[in-house]
Design a protein around this ligand. Structure first.
Ligand code: ATP
Length: 373
């Protein structure tokens, strides 16, 4: 039995299937990130776990207890939602102590916990301050403290950092991870930001269209995606379709006859239709022909200089696609029209079982990921 078990969760609103069929098991102390494009069912999943919505079907068990008929306030679950604002007319201390007060804890116990929480979120001395006197980042830290103060079994966070600027979001990410490590509280964290999901999660759940596409260690999901959707969603890459050949030099045979050497992935057989994803940071771009096996010549079609990095869109006739690659912005920056060589090591070539091709995919070879920030 796992700490949290979500079994075949389904939630339908009229004609809309918000969550189709999601099953997920979470171990105690884990920090799980849930990521996926807008409307894929992340928030609905969380609301059902929190008890703020009732599932159409399926069940949720926490510590072996079926939560289905348990109201939200009896679930021992702390929530931090993007629009779940602090109580504006209560001080920071009163906000943090709210759950404890509801439980009938004494004033001295509440004061003790508030002090402990304020120290944890680095806001000592903020007891009597009101939310409107706090910055956005401070308010979110107070919201986290409020969710943790009553020592919940589980904490659910829905895009808690999305209203903050990039720099603050990065520092709060680190802080949230530290707080979670210190408290050891099992946490489910929803975001549409892939970097956040990969960097924060002990495990990452990738959702699409109300379903769970992959639930795995972030590195595994990034390097061995379970589906073309996951490969495309986690990271920037260019897609090419072909057929896997697992003879002496394993390779993917592309439709135009070109060959990309690859490592063989467990579970794949000779003749499988595969979708190859060239991660833009794993493709090298050079002026001279490299000695590597997977080397292709092409022409720079577009240059996107970003300071430290430079992104090139290189048209490669042999691969029949425009490949997106990142180069070093600090060195020589190639101009549009320049002839260059692209190469990628066989072990860096990512592929998944192809979901069946449509005519559109061939022409949409440059796949930028959705929602990257
Ligand atoms: N109360 C509701 N009534 C009707 N439809 C809803 C309701 N809540 C969600 N939906 C629909 O269910 C689907 C999933 O929504 P949900 O909010 O769970 O997605 P999400 O992945 O959290 O999206 P976002 O990242 O934009 O917050 C969407 O199509 C949404 O419009």
């Amino acid at each position: 039995m796992s700490f949290l078990e979500i079994n075949s969760l389904r939630k339908v609103f009229g004609d809309t299937v918000a969550v189709d069929d999601v099953s997920l098991t979470v171990e105690e102390g884990d920090f799980i990130t849930v990521v996926g494009p807008s409307g894929c069912g992340k928030t609905t999943t969380l609301l059902n776990v929190a008890g703020l919505q009732a599932p159409t079907s399926g069940s949720i068990e926490l510590k072996g207890r079926d939560l289905t008929d348990l109201p939200a306030y009896k679930r021992d679950i702390g929530v931090v939602f993007q629009d779940y604002a602090l109580f504006p007319h209560k001080t920071v201390a009163e906000n943090i102590a709210f759950g404890l007060k509801m439980r009938g804890e004494s004033q001295s116990k509440r004061d003790e916990v508030v002090e402990e929480m304020l120290s944890m979120i680095d806001l000592e001395g903020y007891e009597d301050v009101y939310p409107h006197q706090c910055s956005g980042g401070e308010q979110q830290r107070v919201a986290v403290a409020r969710a943790l103060a009553f020592d919940p079994d589980l904490v659910l966070m829905d895009e808690p950092l999305s209203n903050l600027d990039k720099k603050l979001r990065q520092s709060l990410r680190t802080e949230l991870k530290r707080i979670q490590r210190e408290t050891g509280v099992t946490t489910i964290y929803v975001t549409h930001n892939q970097t956040e999901a990969l960097s924060m999660g002990d495990k990452i759940a990738v959702m699409n269209n109300g379903n769970l596409e992959q639930f795995a260690d972030p590195k595994l999901a990034y390097e061995k995606p379970a589906s073309p959707f996951v490969a495309n969603f986690l990271g920037q890459s260019s897609r090419i379709d072909g057929t896997l050949r697992t003879d002496s030099a394993p390779h993917v045979q592309l439709e135009n006859g070109a060959i990309l050497e690859v490592d063989v992935r467990e579970g794949f057989d000779d003749g499988d239709a595969v979708a190859v994803f060239l991660r833009n940071e794993l493709v090298s771009v050079t002026e001279n022909q490299p000695a590597d096996v997977n080397a292709f010549t092409g022409r720079v079609a577009e240059v996107d200089y970003q300071g430290r990095d430079v992104i090139y869109y290189v048209t490669v006739p042999d691969l029949d696609v425009t490949v997106q690659v990142s180069g070093d912005g600090r060195g020589t920056v190639y101009e549009a029209g320049k002839k260059v060589w692209l190469s990628i090591a066989p072990e860096d070539v990512i592929y998944t079982a192809s979901e069946g091709r449509t005519g559109d995919q061939k022409h949409a070879a440059v796949q930028t990921s959705v929602g990257a920030q």
